[in-house]
Design a binder for this molecule. Structure first.
Ligand code: NAG
Ligand code: NAG
Length: 377
């Protein structure tokens, strides 16, 4: 408001001076401008979107069953599927990595079932698998063909498991237990997003702070950002694709912002935005989880400073505006780590890593508009 109004008032002031209008008139013109400005509504009217509301008492017994719930995705049936670390727990005092980011834990893979499907109605456990496969799992993504993708920050790999056949992965990206920043290695990868055309996006992660795009066979296509491209990332912690806008959006954790890139998807939306853009506001905090539906991006922040609470944000990507802040009604967020939205856009899940829990939020009506089809590869 002020930035728009001030130059006008100043110009008027100069014009008035140059024509030697008497002082009281100048003052009157100046103050009338200010009065007008104060009565002008803000530039862009805040759009309304349904606020996610907590489903009270949902999944209350999960804390006894799950370790650190680092990731969540929602399958085709609308069931939340979480990944957790069983009895293994990573915190600032644990020593699982040496200074070169090599995993130095001695205990082999996690022996509990790490991947757990929940009932969307009450949060009870429906099914579980994934024992003796992972060392320090982080992200989980169920794609459009029901494949399950997992990132493991100890293995420095991304693993793909086909539907209902979980014995061994059908695709492995990265070199087992070998961190690196070459085109064939990851260093503690955090998150995966799969495009409708089969492209694989990997957030690589805690040490390399880059996004890698592969074709469906795992051949590297692109790295974001590359060669000093703007903007840089600092721990891309979670990623989401908005197909109809052609965008990949990133929870850029340590920069406390959301960054969106042109993902180069098929088909390319004709009106797409090709330059990357950034959404940040002073209250955003360290952004951990991100999910999207239609034009809306949902993000959740974690512990930052005492003055900035961990909370949820709803961002209208077309308007480039934060349209809503939200949090649970029964309690506060403590350590949110990931989030996912149902295919119908009517349920949002947030997971935490201490206390270890899963929240469900309802979104009235949902939004499935603007979905775009693309030939599957
Ligand atoms: C970390 O562990 C790896 C594998 O054991 C080893 O090659 C590397 O030298 C270690 N780095 C440091 C800084 O200790
Ligand atoms: C994916 O899962 C849904 C729901 O269980 C099922 O109807 C569909 O056939 C599955 N698709 C594939 C490709 O397996």
């Amino acid at each position: 408001m002020w930035t728009r109004g001030a130059p006008t008032a100043l110009l008027l002031l100069c014009a008035a001076l140059s024509t030697a209008v008497i002082a009281s008139d100048i003052r009157e013109i100046f103050y009338s401008q200010i009065r007008e400005l104060l009565n002008t509504p803000p530039f862009i009217q805040k759009k309304t979107s349904p606020k996610p509301t907590e489903v009270i008492n949902w999944g209350i017994n999960l804390e006894d069953e799950l370790g650190q719930v680092t990731g969540v995705s929602v399958n085709k049936n609308g069931q939340p599927v979480v990944i957790h670390r069983g009895r293994r727990s990573l915190d600032s005092s644990s020593q699982f990595f040496n200074a070169s980011n090599n995993y130095i834990g001695k205990d082999g893979p996690i022996h509990e079932n790490t991947i757990v499907t929940l009932d969307p109605l009450d949060g009870k456990i429906v099914q579980s698998w994934g024992k003796d496969l992972f060392y320090m799992p982080h992200g989980i993504t169920i794609d459009h063909h029901n494949n399950t993708w997992v990132t493991d920050i100890a293995m420095h790999q991304v693993l793909k498991f086909p539907y209902k056949n979980h014995d061994r992965p059908t695709l492995r990206l990265g070199e087992l237990f070998t961190p690196g920043d070459s085109e064939r290695r990851f260093c503690k990868p955090t998150s995966v997003a799969i495009a409708l055309d089969g492209h694989i996006f990997v957030a690589d992660g805690y040490c390399n702070s880059r996004i890698m795009k592969f074709n469906h066979e795992g051949a590297l296509v692109r790295i974001f950002p590359q060669n000093g491209e703007f903007p840089s990332l600092l721990i891309p912690h979670s990623i989401t694709l908005l197909h109809h806008l052609g965008q990949l959006c990133v929870a850029d954790r340590e920069h406390m912002r959301v960054v969106c890139f042109d993902a180069g998807l098929c088909p390319n939306p004709s009106s797409r935005r090709t330059l990357p853009f950034i959404i940040n506001q002073p209250d955003m905090g360290r952004m951990f989880g991100i999910a999207s539906n239609g034009d809306l991006v949902y993000a959740v922040s974690g512990p930052t400073f005492s003055l900035i609470p961990a909370q949820g944000f709803t961002i209208d990507l077309k308007a480039e505006l934060i349209v809503e802040h939200w949090k649970p009604s029964s309690d506060e967020f403590t350590n949110p780590h990931d989030m996912a939205i149902s295919p119908l856009g009517d349920a949002l899940y947030v997971t935490e890593i201490g206390p270890n829990r899963v929240w469900k939020f309802n979104i009235e009506g949902g939004t499935t508009a603007n979905r775009r089809r693309c030939p599957d590869s």
